[in-house]
Design a protein around this ligand. Structure first.
Ligand SMILES: [Zn+2]
Length: 167
């Protein structure tokens, strides 16, 4: 597995994308490095070598979340997901991640992670809260408040009955 190096410079920043990764993976990798550039450039001496298998540090997590928001912004994703899955389902629910992945030029995995990390916000939207009024809570904040959000990736994967499955 290759790395995607980033070299932050005074005048020129360089992002090197790994050509062995697919186009949609490179799309996400590029967003990931842009987040390092904009938020983390004072860290690591401005040099990041991002291996897929070593993305457990906070900076790597933040770069992945930032890239997801850059390419798949929740303000656009949540209404689009709810429409595709509930309002006007044009395919079986297990196809929804693939459908949205094609739309955003990301892998279905990125869409599934988005469905899970935004599940509380999707629940609110489905209850009628407009996108601009959604309360964004981290998983930890949800746990503190005893909130149990729906698991949309499981529901898509197993084509569960949506309405009876919403608790
Ligand atoms: Zn990284």
């Amino acid at each position: 597995m290759g790395s995607t190096p980033l070299f932050a410079g005074d005048e020129i920043n360089t992002i090197v994308l790994n050509s062995t990764r697919s186009e949609i993976e490179q799309n996400f990798d590029c967003g990931h490095e842009i987040i390092h550039l904009s938020k983390h450039r004072e860290e690591n001496g401005g040099i990041f070598r991002c291996f897929e298998e070593a993305q457990n540090s906070f900076l790597e997590w933040e770069a992945n979340e930032g890239s997801a928001q850059l390419i798949v912004p929740y303000q656009d994703f949540i209404p689009r997901f709810v429409h595709a899955a509930f309002v006007s389902p044009t395919c079986d629910t297990f196809m929804v991640p693939e459908l949205l992945a094609t739309y955003y030029h990301v892998s279905p995995r990125v869409v599934e992670i988005r469905m899970d990390s935004l599940s509380y916000e999707i629940d609110q939207y489905r209850c009628g809260v407009p996108v601009e009024k959604l309360e964004l809570l981290s998983r930890r904040q949800q746990q503190k408040r005893g909130i149990r959000a729906s698991c949309y990736s499981a529901k898509c994967a197993f084509s569960l009955d949506w309405d009876s499955a919403i608790g």
